[in-house]
Design a protein around this ligand. Structure first.
Ligand code: PLP
Length: 411
């Protein structure tokens, strides 16, 4: 089952799609003087910038594409080290690898986002950036990460793929570091099936991200060559149909988040009242988190495993697509000068190894955590039973009672 945006697909999305099909232009570029060309991608970029408060925005084909364009924008390159959390989606690592740089894995803390102290401990003369991944809709400790980045002259890149619509200290996630990204895949707050977005306040970075996503071209090209190309790019473009759906979804974002917030708050209060022995993950900004998931933390891994089983899932440790321990395609691989696949980096000076158990704090918190879906239902995130999508308060209460009786058997 997917994320909350999926359940809100309706008339608005249909109208936006029909608008594009009736005009017949499916490509992001068209003649601005032709009324049949609806410029949905361009409009999405403007509306996304308005919504987030970012100065510039580039819509692309996926969150992974957005990460690649962001890395290219800030010039992550051969031999650079980028600090990433050990609990994240693999694209946060692969985008570094395909920028010919080195992902350096760091611990997450009780918030399941980067532990700032551990980040600082892993800085070397080759560190270029910190990739702050706002995992499961929870903002990272951005104040501390920004402070560390400033102190050591590093870039702060935000991966807000799982936290589109979230905020930190009132500012939209993605707009606090030099560059930020969102995903529009089906497990995210809003969805267009696939799709991604890059945001930045820096015009130079915008021009580089835009160029990277489209063969080196300048923004607003409308099919016409303009100016010098700052770099060699690829084709990571979004098309008009995707943008049409994304536009309709973006306009539903605030209502959607309000429903998730009401439901999560209600469930959490109920569990807090009825199950004093149950813990919750730390939330770094109560008002800004997306409320897509509720993570409960148990005293022991055994209790968490038993509760997970009752909920027809496992613990957060079992989220195979997000726990570094279970990413067989990175484990055991060593980056050596000129050797090693897929982490070959001919410019790297030494070795980097990824092995199970290398992040004991992360392993401990993942083993004691169980993930309850509030709006995002994703086996890849180890979600099991939860209230139904966009639940009514009665449905939330019904699930809360079911959860309490299951949890009492293990607590
Ligand atoms: C944290 C994180 N970063 C990046 C991505 C990549 O997004 P996409 O699937 O749109 O390429 C995802 C997607 O699951 C994600 O969860």
């Amino acid at each position: 089952m997917p994320g909350p945006g999926h359940y809100l697909i309706g008339e608005e999305e249909k109208q936006e799609i029909l608008d594009v099909l009736e005009g017949g232009w499916l490509f992001r570029y068209g003649d601005p003087d032709d009324s049949d060309f609806k410029a949905k991608v361009w409009t999405l970029e403007q509306e996304f910038a308005n919504y987030t408060g970012a100065k510039y925005c580039v819509a692309v084909a996926s969150g992974t594409a957005a990460l690649l364009a962001a890395m290219a924008a800030v010039e992550i390159g051969p031999g650079d080290e980028v600090i990433v959390p050990g609990f994240t989606f693999i694209a946060s690592m692969s985008s570094v690898v395909y920028s010919r740089a080195i992902p350096v894995l760091a611990e997450v803390d009780e918030s399941l986002t980067l532990n700032p102290d551990d980040v600082e401990a892993r800085i070397t003369p080759h560190t270029k950036a910190i990739l702050a991944v706002h995992m499961l809709g929870n903002p990272c400790k951005l104040d501390r990460l920004q402070e560390i980045a400033d102190k050591h002259g590093l870039l702060l890149i935000e991966d807000a793929a799982q936290a589109n619509g979230g905020r930190y200290r009132g500012k939209h996630l993605g707009t606090i570091g030099q560059v930020g990204i969102y995903s529009l895949n089906v497990y995210k707050t809003i969805s267009a099936g696939d799709g991604g977005v890059v945001v930045t306040d820096d015009e130079r970075l915008y021009r580089r991200a835009f160029a990277f996503h489209d063969q080196g071209h300048s923004p607003a090209r409308q099919g016409v060559e303009v100016g010098q190309r700052p770099l060699i790019g690829l084709n990571l473009r979004m098309n008009e149909l995707t943008a049409a759906v994304a536009l309709a979804q973006l306009r539903k974002m605030d209502d959607l988040l309000a429903t998730l917030r009401r439901n999560k708050t209600r469930l959490k209060e109920h569990l807090r009242r009825e199950l004093p022995g149950l813990g919750f993950r730390e939330i770094n900004d109560e008002e800004g988190e997306c409320c897509t998931l509720l993570v409960v933390v148990l005293p022991s891994p055994e209790q968490a495993a038993a509760l997970g089983q009752k909920l027809d899932t496992g613990t957060a440790y079992d989220s195979g697509w997000h726990n570094y321990n279970l990413m067989e395609n990175i484990l055991g691989k060593v980056t050596v000068t000129g050797e090693g696949c897929p982490f070959t980096c001919p410019y790297y000076r030494g070795q980097v190894e990824y092995h199970a158990g290398m992040l004991p704090q992360t392993d401990d918190i993942l083993r004691r955590s169980v993930v309850i879906p509030i709006g995002v239902y994703d086996k890849g995130l180890a979600t099991g039973l939860g209230p139904p999508p966009m639940a009514t308060v009665e449905q939330v209460d019904e699930f809360a009672e079911q959860f309490v009786s299951l949890a009492r058997e293990v607590l």
